[in-house]
Design a protein around this ligand. Structure first.
Ligand SMILES: NC(=O)c1ccc[n+]([C@@H]2O[C@H](COP(=O)([O-])OP(=O)(O)OC[C@H]3O[C@@H](n4cnc5c(N)ncnc54)[C@H](O)[C@@H]3O)[C@@H](O)[C@H]2O)c1
Ligand SMILES: [Zn+2]
Ligand SMILES: [Zn+2]
Length: 393
């Protein structure tokens, strides 16, 4: 089959690889019909190289049709239409019972000290091949699936894999008071969808980014925006809009590809150039994260407010302004989205033909799998109006 495989920094290729097979009784094989490209894939493309095996199949936002199931999977059958959550979880352990599927104790990568196994996301998260491919082996398939009905197009459902639950959790974790305000840093797919959900819940949204079409998309749907290129100080700009206080909550939907701290950009590049064993040490110990967005969040949030981190960060020694965080009495919540935990709340919204969150036209590009290498580059460089790519294997 064809699959998008990682070969090096900024080097992904469409390889011909063996079809996946059932390996465990709890597996299923799914034929992929639509699979998306995510901002998290850009971290693999750019900086997480030391943790990836060459040839690993990328992608964690897939949906398709069940081809085959293992003997222990009794709630799925060939022909079922399913979306796969980006994390692999069992549904019966202590953590899954708490609704913390990203901490699933059955699939945790214990040797790396990490949470649940993820599709296509380095050896830190189980070294499992991902879903930018014609077929995908789904472990723990009895629970790692979301059944969706026939009828509406894939575009309506595919974001249940990641974008929708991540944005939903980002807004939940932001704990915005009724009628309150939230500043959303970064208006890529996650920030954009968080803005849609926050507005759907009646909150005032101030979105921040530095790319025209991303700012435009959220302002067209009713959010206020701050263009990073036009202000010296985002904190000041947001305080001016909020009686000098800052917003009740801030969602960081930027993560470690932030623009705006040149020192860190250099560190990022250095890690990419080091031999793997050294790069890994630098990444783990030296704290090379681009923390620009986190610092901005700490500045923007009002005293006693909440910061919800959905952007992914990777370092271990990142300097944080603890005095300010303590003095402002900031609450922090963060983590990978617990996909299955939010499905019941999201499903009515995607099934609604009025499409309240605008998922059907959320993508800006839909291309064959063969065009993946070009798509990664265009998405990373934010060219050609690219905000969300879908691949059609
Ligand atoms: N927590 C989760 O489960 C989860 C799931 C999916 C994605 N993510 C993470 O969420 C983040 C966003 O994902 P995405 O798909 O939207 O990616 P993206 O790269 O398309 O979006 C990031 C956006 O941030 C903007 N930006 C960069 N620097 C900024 C700054 N200093 N201030 C404000 N905006 C800035 C960029 O222009 C871009 O629009 C990534 O870090 C991704 O890994 C987390
Ligand atoms: Zn994703
Ligand atoms: Zn579990």
């Amino acid at each position: 089959m064809k699959a998008v495989a990682w070969h090096g920094r900024r080097d992904v290729r469409v390889d011909e690889v063996p079809d996946p097979k059932i390996e465990e009784p709890t597996d299923a094989i799914v034929r992929i019909t639509t699979t998306a490209l995510c901002g998290s894939d850009l971290h693999l493309y750019e900086v997480l190289g030391p943790f990836i095996r060459e040839g690993m199949i990328l992608g964690h936002e897939p949906m398709g049709i069940v081809e085959e199931v293992g003997s222990a999977v009794t709630n799925l059958k060939p022909g079922d239409r399913v979306v796969m959550p980006f994390q692999i979880s069992c549904g019966t352990c202590f953590m899954c019972d708490q609704g913390l599927q990203t901490q699933c104790e059955t699939t945790q990568t214990r040797e790396e000290g990490r949470g649940a196994m993820l599709f296509g996301y380095t050896r830190l998260y189980g070294d499992k091949d991902g879903g930018q491919a014609e077929y995908l082996r789904v472990p723990q398939a009895q629970y790692t699936h979301i059944k969706v009905p026939e009828g509406p197009p894939d575009e309506r459902f595919v974001y249940l894999s990641d974008v929708l639950p991540t944005a939903w959790q980002a807004v939940e974790y932001a704990s915005v008071p009724d009628g309150g305000s939230v500043c959303i840093l970064g208006l890529g797919p996650i920030g954009d969808m968080s803005a849609r959900i926050a507005m759907h819940k009646g909150y005032r949204v101030i979105g921040v980014d530095l790319v025209d079409e991303r700012l435009q998309r959220v302002s067209e749907r009713g959010a206020e925006t701050v263009d990073l290129r036009e202000v010296d100080d985002v904190g000041e700009a947001v305080r001016e809009l909020t009686d000098g206080r800052g917003t009740d909550a801030v969602i960081d939907a930027v993560g470690m590809e932030a623009h705006g701290s040149p020192g860190a950009a250099i560190a990022h590049r250095m890690v990419g150039l080091l031999p793997d064993f050294l790069g890994e040490q630098v990444m783990n110990k030296a704290g090379i994260d681009k923390l620009n967005a986190v610092y901005t969040a700490i500045d923007v949030v009002r005293r006693g407010g909440t910061i919800s981190l959905s952007g992914v960060y990777g370092g271990m020694a990142d300097p944080l302004p603890l005095l300010t965080m303590f003095d402002k009495q900031i609450q922090f919540r963060m983590g990978q989205a617990n996909v299955k935990h939010w499905v019941d709340e999201l499903m009515p919204l995607v099934l609604d033909d009025a499409d309240p969150l605008g998922v059907e036209n959320f993508h800006t590009h839909a291309v064959p799998l063969d065009e993946a290498p070009q798509a990664y580059e265009t998405f990373q460089k934010k060219r050609d109006g690219a905000i969300k790519y879908l691949f059609k294997p």
